[in-house]
Design a binder for this molecule. Structure first.
Ligand code: DQA
Length: 147
């Protein structure tokens, strides 16, 4: 199985950006963590980070046939991008949404996740480990699927 890992806006600046909130781990380090877990699980992973909503939507739309599932941290788009929500719902692939922080203990406007409606589930609050959990969740989902 193949998984596309999508990182949304400002996640390229992890490690530098508000480290008291998002921690000191860089995106590169997180991707390394994901790659190691993928190898253990026998899953092939590809990565894309973009600060552009349309680039994320293009990647989701083009994912069928290339990958079997998606892990996405939509960043702030998660709170309001109905277009990303529709792309996820329409691509026909299982997606797991990840947020490094627990958005439910932050500002009220972060507590609405519109993109999550296009996903099979959400993992929020476990830092970079959340991506590892998301990969396992996808593998578990495939294991439960019939046919
Ligand atoms: C985030 C949470 C969002 O509210 C925020 O805009 C981000 C990061 C997270 O991973 O915790 O950019 O998606």
């Amino acid at each position: 199985r193949r998984v596309l890992v999508l990182h949304g806006p400002n996640l390229d600046r992890l490690g530098v950006r508000e480290p008291h909130i998002y921690g000191s781990e860089t995106l590169e380090a997180i991707n390394g963590r994901i790659a190691r877990e993928a190898e253990k699980l026998g899953v092939a992973v590809s990565f894309l980070q973009s600060n552009h909503e349309g680039a994320l939507i293009d990647a989701i739309g083009q994912a069928p046939g290339k990958v079997d599932g998606i892990v996405i941290n939509p960043g702030a788009y998660g709170h309001y991008s109905l277009a990303i929500r529709d792309a996820l719902a329409g691509c026909g692939l299982p997606a797991v949404e990840v947020h490094l922080t627990n958005v439910y203990r932050r500002e009220p406007w972060r507590q609405r996740l519109v993109t999550a409606a296009g996903c099979i589930g959400v993992i929020s609050g476990f830092g970079g480990e959340g991506y590892v959990l998301a990969l396992r969740a996808l593998v578990n989902y495939w294991g439960q699927e019939q046919g």
